[in-house]
Design a protein around this ligand. Sequence first.
Ligand SMILES: NC(=O)c1ccc[n+]([C@@H]2O[C@H](COP(=O)([O-])OP(=O)(O)OC[C@H]3O[C@@H](n4cnc5c(N)ncnc54)[C@H](O)[C@@H]3O)[C@@H](O)[C@H]2O)c1
Ligand SMILES: [Zn+2]
Ligand SMILES: [Zn+2]
Length: 383
Amino acid sequence: MATTVIRCKAAVAWGPRRPLSIEEVEVAPPRVHEVRIKVVATGVCHTDMEYLYETGKGMTFRPFPLVLGHEAAGIVESVGPEVTLFSPGDKVIPLFLPYCGECERCRSAKTNLCRKNWANTQVGVLADGTSRISCNGQQIYQFLGVSSFCQYTVVPDTSLAKIRSDAPLDKVCLLGCGVSTGYGAAIKTGKVEKDSSCAVFGLGAVGLAAVMGCKTARAKRIIGVDINPDKFEKAKQLGATDCVNPKDYGKPIQEVLVEMTNGGVDYALECVGSPAIMRAALESTAEAWGTCVIAGWTETETMDVKVIKILMGRTLMGTYFGGWKSVIDLPKLVDDYMNNKLKLDEFITHNLLLDRINVAFDLLKSGKSIRTVISLQNSPEED
Ligand SMILES: NC(=O)c1ccc[n+]([C@@H]2O[C@H](COP(=O)([O-])OP(=O)(O)OC[C@H]3O[C@@H](n4cnc5c(N)ncnc54)[C@H](O)[C@@H]3O)[C@@H](O)[C@H]2O)c1
Ligand SMILES: [Zn+2]
Ligand SMILES: [Zn+2]
């Protein structure tokens, strides 16, 4: 049982709308049902950026100081009392969505929304109401109970997936959020069917993974929609049959899509996080059976829906972490990657060290990156 405090580096958000600051922090030993992990690699997701810049606006306010980061992979360093499923040396993916395996929701096939430790992790602390990260004696909150922008972190044992020992952590970290979410939005939540037509709104990591999911489901037509045409090449590489830029048309994009598909797509996947685009996505689906899946994340905004659109047989759904039951489904997604059934390398456009994490935020904000993978323990090739 570990009793030592680990001193290491973390990127700390001291307040909203400010760049992250690299600090030396202390990471306390894991307590009951907790695991301390050495974080090897982490992606920077749009949700990290939204919480930093939109907290208190589009996103519910999160307490600061905070260590962000929730799309990571690492190695178990030590385990706390009563942990039975993990041992030091195990390769793992920490999870912002738990799976306890025991609650009503975990036992239901209808949902992946386990609520174990939910209330506390949403406000940045673990089960006992405190975080394990501190800086000069000041408590630093843990984002979604994960905080992967730190060389070590402590997570509940129900928020950790054990993965195969040959998995490359600097790639499979992307399964901790973005790729799993978009891929699952298509194949798990939306259940895209063979020979169907699909439109994917937003071609960041989540949207590109949704394109990949539509392709895996053998959809006939996959239309990528983005206001940044630089995203189109990769979308086509991952399976998009057409790409459209709403800025190229003098009318709403839903009208363009309805015309392109003679009545609307069978599936629309919203991967931007904007209520106006959610509405456009719904309205681009076909009457009678069109399905719109929302993966984009916003917490305080509301969405306009014309009731008649729903009355006329359309289905509006949301997906959280792609509908996957995190602990049990992630190892299978890792297998799919290792067996070349799911792509990850194509999503990685940049590799950086932790010290340069603010560059990763700039790249994401400016639309120049899909995913930057931050290496926390050693030197990646920088570009
Ligand atoms: N549901 C979940 O569990 C979950 C998990 C991860 C991320 N998300 C959310 O998914 C969304 C996408 O995340 P990401 O990391 O791929 O983001 P990203 O920033 O990499 O990609 C967003 C894309 O949307 C495009 N876009 C912006 N405005 C647009 C418009 N008007 N029309 C069409 N495209 C537009 C951008 O050009 C960009 O390519 C975010 O809202 C994020 O918070 C949700
Ligand atoms: Zn994310
Ligand atoms: Zn549960």
